[in-house]
Design a protein around this ligand. Sequence first.
Ligand SMILES: Cc1cc2nc3c(=O)[nH]c(=O)nc-3n(C[C@H](O)[C@H](O)[C@H](O)COP(=O)(O)OP(=O)(O)OC[C@H]3O[C@@H](n4cnc5c(N)ncnc54)[C@H](O)[C@@H]3O)c2cc1C
Length: 130
Amino acid sequence: MANMLHQKLVDNGVDLRLKTGLAAITECPIQLTESDNTDDYDKPLSPHFHLQLALSDNTTLATDLVILAIGVKPETSLASACGLELGQLGGIRVDDEMRTSDADIFAVGDAIETADFVTGNPTLIPLAVR
Ligand SMILES: Cc1cc2nc3c(=O)[nH]c(=O)nc-3n(C[C@H](O)[C@H](O)[C@H](O)COP(=O)(O)OP(=O)(O)OC[C@H]3O[C@@H](n4cnc5c(N)ncnc54)[C@H](O)[C@@H]3O)c2cc1C
C-alpha cells in the first residue's frame, strides 16, 4: 500500500526522501530588491527570510515553509521505573478516575492510556482538550 502511495507522489513530482530525518532548521535573511517588493515604494523593505534545512544525510534544502506532520510517543520511563503499569500502547494505564496501578498515584496528559470513549479500546490521545 505504502509503495503505491510513494509511486503516486513521485509520479506527481514530489521529491520523496524516505529514511531521511530533519536535523536542523536555520533562518537565513534574504535581501529583497525593489522589484521583489510590492508596489508600495514608500515603505522600507522589510527583512525577509528563507529556511535552510539540514538533513540527516548531510544534504541541505532551502524553503519558505516547513509543515511538520509527526507522531508523538509517550515518555513513560519515570512511571515505568516507579513500577506503574503501562498499557498495551505504551502509555501509563489509568482507570476512569485517572488512577494508575498504584491507588495513590493519578496521571493525566499525553503519557496516559485510557479507554476510547466510543470503542472502549485502549487509546492514546495526545491533545490538551479531551
Ligand atoms: C505543535 C503542537 C500543536 C498542538 N496543538 C494542539 C491543539 O491545537 N489542541 C490541543 O488540544 N492540543 C494540541 N497539542 C497537544 C498538547 O500540546 C498536548 O496534548 C499537551 O501539551 C499535553 O500536556 P502534558 O501536560 O501531558 O504534556 P506537556 O505539555 O508536554 O508537559 C510535560 C512537561 O513535563 C516536562 N518534563 C518531561 N520530563 C520531565 C522530567 N523527567 N522531569 C521534569 N519535567 C519533565 C516537560 O519539559 C514539559 O514541560 C499540540 C502539540 C504540539 C506539539
